[in-house]
Design a protein around this ligand. Structure first.
Ligand code: PMP
Length: 305
């Protein structure tokens, strides 16, 4: 089990063992929670949370879509995250805020069930493994379709949306792959189970537009970084065979960071290892999150332990 030390629970810091819920809480039965995944990194002088305000803003937008009223402000949650990191002495790791509905009515309509907020944090290395960051991963196209934009609210990072991801991830792992690539309801490439996707061909970088995908903050950051490095970046739909014939492909996300893809559906991508554009973006990304590039300091919320 993850050791999250103390967890911030509705304004109080409590030991993980005491941060419990009633088994009749609405979220446990109907998947009605919204959450975030945020990373903090050790920097040369201190530590920093990457794009803290943007993640907290997305948490509140996810909650708005599901009509949850959070009793705290975005600023309160930002402060609570920093407080949680400090009490847990966490210089580098992962942060998981979650807004969920407590016990009350048992019907599908949440009614007046209380809205709770927790913030957990723990040390977490490379999500798909250190080797994946260097050598790349093997991917299969999922047999599961990504949710249609009018079936699930894909811009809300809602717990229930992740049943689709769990099915796709299990299928990929059971078939000997590292990760799944899901297609949207029209058959175009959308994203992975917890990552956005980019492809590169003839030096031009492409990523699917904000349709059936989560508006990833790593995706958003990489578009900015790539343009600043002089690359052309297009937000454009593409099909799975365009991934097969790309020169390079990679996944990105808070947990997965920038992970090269070396194979999709048994077709080698490019040279079969991280290509030059992927490597350049990965290098720039890690320098920024670790506070080694002052040009992007606006994306960092520094804290000291
Ligand atoms: N898509 C999905 C389905 C995800 O769960 C995530 C992880 N939050 C992403 C994309 C990447 O988003 P971000 O870069 O904001 O972590």
């Amino acid at each position: 089990m993850v050791d999250a030390g103390k967890i911030w629970f509705d304004g109080k810091l409590v030991p993980q063992a005491e941060a419990n819920v009633n088994v009749l809480c609405h979220t446990l039965h109907y998947g009605t929670a919204v959450f975030e995944g945020i990373r903090c990194y050790a920097c040369p002088q201190d530590s920093a949370v990457f794009r803290l305000q943007d993640h907290v803003r997305r948490l509140f937008e996810s909650a708005k879509i599901l009509q949850f009223d959070i009793a705290f402000s975005q600023e309160d949650i930002c402060q609570a995250i920093l407080e949680t990191l400090k009490i847990n002495n966490l210089a580098e790791g992962y942060i998981r805020p979650l807004v969920f509905l407590g016990a009350g009515g048992m019907g599908v309509n949440p009614g007046d069930n209380p809205v709770h907020v927790i913030i957990a944090s723990w040390a977490w290395g490379a999500y798909l493994g250190q080797e994946a960051l260097e050598k790349g991963i093997r991917v299969r196209t999922s047999s599961f379709t990504r949710q249609h934009v009018n079936a699930m609210m894909t811009k809300s990072k809602a717990a229930g949306n992740y049943v689709n991801s769990v099915l796709a991830k299990k299928e990929a792992l059971q078939d000997g792959y590292d990760e799944a690539m899901l297609l949207d309801a029209q058959g175009y490439v959308s994203e992975a189970t917890g990552e956005n996707i980019f492809i590169v061909r003839d030096g031009i970088i492409r990523t699917p537009p904000l349709g059936s995908i989560l508006a990833g903050l790593t995706r958003n950051s990489l578009i900015r970084i790539a343009r600043d490095l002089g690359y052309e970046v297009l937000e454009q739909r593409f099909s799975r065979d365009e991934v097969y014939t790309a020169d390079e492909a990679f996944f990105c996300g808070t947990a997965a960071e920038v992970t090269p893809i070396c194979q999709v559906d048994r077709r080698q991508i490019g040279a079969g290892h991280a290509g030059p554009v992927t490597k350049a973006l990965q290098k720039a990304f890690f320098a920024i999150v670790k506070g080694e590039n002052p040009d992007y300091d606006r994306w960092l919320t520094h804290y000291s332990l």
